[in-house]
Write a protein that binds this ligand. Sequence first.
Ligand code: GLN
Length: 308
Amino acid sequence: MDKRPIVSRETFSLAALLQEGRDRLASVVSPEEARAMVRRLLSHLWPGWEAIWLATRGEASLPPEKRSAWQAALHRLAQGEPLAYVLGEVEFGGLALKIVPGVFIPRPETEEWAFWVVRQLAASPPRTVLDVGTGSGALALFLASAFPSAEVFALDKSPLALSVAAQNARRLGLSVKWAQLTFGHESLPADWPASWDLMVSNPPYIPWSFWNETDPRVRHFEPPEALFCSDFSLYATLGEFAHKFLSERGLLVCEVFPPLGQEVASLFQKFSLSSVILHDFHGRARWIAACKGEFPTFAPASGSSSAR
Ligand code: GLN
């Protein structure tokens, strides 16, 4: 009988794990991304592994009780599943958020404009904040933590998203009022404010015609209804709502599909909103800030000068 162990001890040495991870992910992501993902996964499964690596020159073995989790996670990543779903968590603006498949994964480009909003409004914090299409609650929770005196409200049509968002609020000890509804089709709860100092939204904005050009990891694993749209009617609804319910000093900030930022700005103009398009760290038109009256002077965003 073959007495060799089915899995040798060396198979689970840190050096072997890093190598295995990089090899398994080579067909899905770039070598740099594979390296970063594998290290992040290891940190999740075995906090402090780097120090152990240094002490043992990579020879220490992953503890046996963590091995099946390692293999299951690597299998999911090798299928192209996003790391955030595999870990069940994602960081947004310094907040550790729980995330599950079926809920949109908050992005660094959204984080960038969320920080921008906080900088712009630091001197005069909003009293009321509304997040339309909150998903995991990322923007609402970030703004609730940045503006502790604000009353923050958020809505989404997905019950799954709202349950994750509410769990995130509990975990973080932040207070946000949630409502499950389809914006533009159902009214806001009667006891919510009738005037908003800040409205934010990262709506589904990728035209369906871009389906094939979208990263397969996004289109195969994330909820399409949070990403894709057939037209810009949601922006029209946001513009109309802002026209009616934005306070005099209020600001509407929305993420946009970079090639179509100008279209959203023109749409907002129809609702008598003045707006500016701002550029992200890649230099792409990424978000629009709109208000009712004269536009305040904004500090430039990081990518603004390079983008044309
Ligand atoms: N920025 C996201 C992506 O490209 C899309 C976000 C959205 O549709 N709101 O994957």
